[in-house]
Write a protein that binds this ligand. Structure first.
Ligand code: NAP
Length: 326
């Protein structure tokens, strides 16, 4: 009797080449329609499958994992894995694959773009023109932003993306400071031209602060009024990591009151946000729809890694990138 094929659930369709590879090997079920996949449907499907391909908005919590009686591998199409209950996965010996490195450059590029946009008020000007409000031209004080050269960038979380931002910023002539859980080795600091400072000093002294820590119980809401109050009135806050690291209510207060000059955000506490969201009403906020890794090339590489992680995990081989559950 032929060996029965393993079953895979994808909470969303991947690129055609990835689907073809998966179909060759497995019986696959692909969710279509409402995003994220409704929890009830996820709960019922997960009980039948050996592998899961998920996205950062899919909440793979205790209840889902309890129901996943046959599940052996979770492969997430993201570097962030804050949406997966790691302890429960570990207890059930479920392997987790993710996609670091391949999205580092794209996300660092977007971070720099957002920082420049906020400091030079590009999107704000675009909104003004489209709103038919460009009345005066070229005045000494009209639409002035801030110089980049000679200013200080504060990188919060000097990992893969934080370091890639530092490399990109060097030619702009900014001083580079950072705060991270661990200080980098001296030679790496030297290579990046980066100075380690305390978290408070990072917020006090920087002209632009960019957030690259992962979302964890330690970083949940860590950028709140206490830290925002420390920022210079002329400073900008950039976030391409996860929305819940920043307390949005506090950020809106800081933007509205002129406590800080601007913010540029790719991620939000709850996504998607609409035009009535408090941040969407702020003149001095630049907003992007979670597009850090969203380039044609990067998204394709992420699909390649996602399916390789899944296939290797199910075949008991070493995954390309697996989350260390110890
Ligand atoms: P990474 O290489 O793991 O870097 C994260 C850095 O933050 C590490 O240096 C880490 O220190 C540090 N860190 C962790 N917890 C900290 C804490 N409590 N306080 C201070 N520093 C802390 O990750 P990455 O590849 O750069 O990605 C960073 C995050 O970006 C991901 O977790 C993901 O959520 C987000 N992301 C978003 C997008 C997007 O589309 N907007 C795209 C890609 C990534 P250790 O080395 O000591 O752990």
């Amino acid at each position: 009797m032929a060996k029965s094929r393993m079953k895979i659930l994808l909470t969303r369709k991947l690129h055609e080449f990835a689907m073809t590879e998966l179909k060759k090997r497995y019986d696959i079920y692909v969710h279509s329609g409402e995003i994220p996949m409704p929890k009830g449907k996820l709960l019922s499907k997960i009980s039948q499958v050996d592998g899961l391909v998920c996205f950062p908005y899919d909440v793979i919590d205790e209840e889902i994992i309890e129901n996943a009686k046959k599940l052996k591998v979770i492969s997430t199409y993201s570097v962030g894995y804050d949406h997966i209950d790691l302890q429960k996965a570990k207890a059930r010996k479920i392997k987790i694959g993710y996609t670091p490195d391949v999205l580092t450059n794209a996300t660092a590029d977007l971070t720099v773009a957002l920082m420049l946009d906020s400091m030079r008020r590009i999107t704000e000007g675009d909104r003004m023109i489209r709103g038919g409000n460009w009345k005066v031209i070229f005045g000494p004080h009209d639409y002035v932003g801030t110089d980049i050269e000679g200013k200080t960038i504060g990188i919060f979380g000097m990992g893969r993306i934080g370091s890639a931002v530092a490399k990109r910023i060097t030619p702009f002539g900014m001083k580079i400071t950072y705060h991270s859980r661990h200080r980098l080795p001296k030679n790496q600091e030297k290579k990046l031209g980066a100075k380690f400072v305390s978290l408070d000093e990072l917020f006090e002294k920087s002209d632009a602060i960019t957030v690259h820590v992962p979302y964890t119980k330690e970083t949940r809401g860590i950028v709140d009024m206490r830290l925002l109050k420390k920022m210079k009135k002329t400073s900008h806050l950039i976030n391409t990591s996860r929305g819940k690291i920043i307390n949005e209510k506090d950020l809106i207060k800081a933007l509205r009151s002129g406590m800080i000059a601007g913010a540029a955000l790719d991620v939000f506490e709850k996504e998607p946000i609409g035009k009535n969201h408090g941040l969407a009403k702020m003149r001095n906020a630049v907003l992007a729809p979670h597009i850090g890794s969203s380039t044609t090339e990067t998204r394709k590489k992420m699909a390649e890694i996602t399916i390789k992680n899944l296939i290797y995990g199910l075949e008991q081989k070493k995954m390309i990138y697996s989350v260390n559950l110890d």
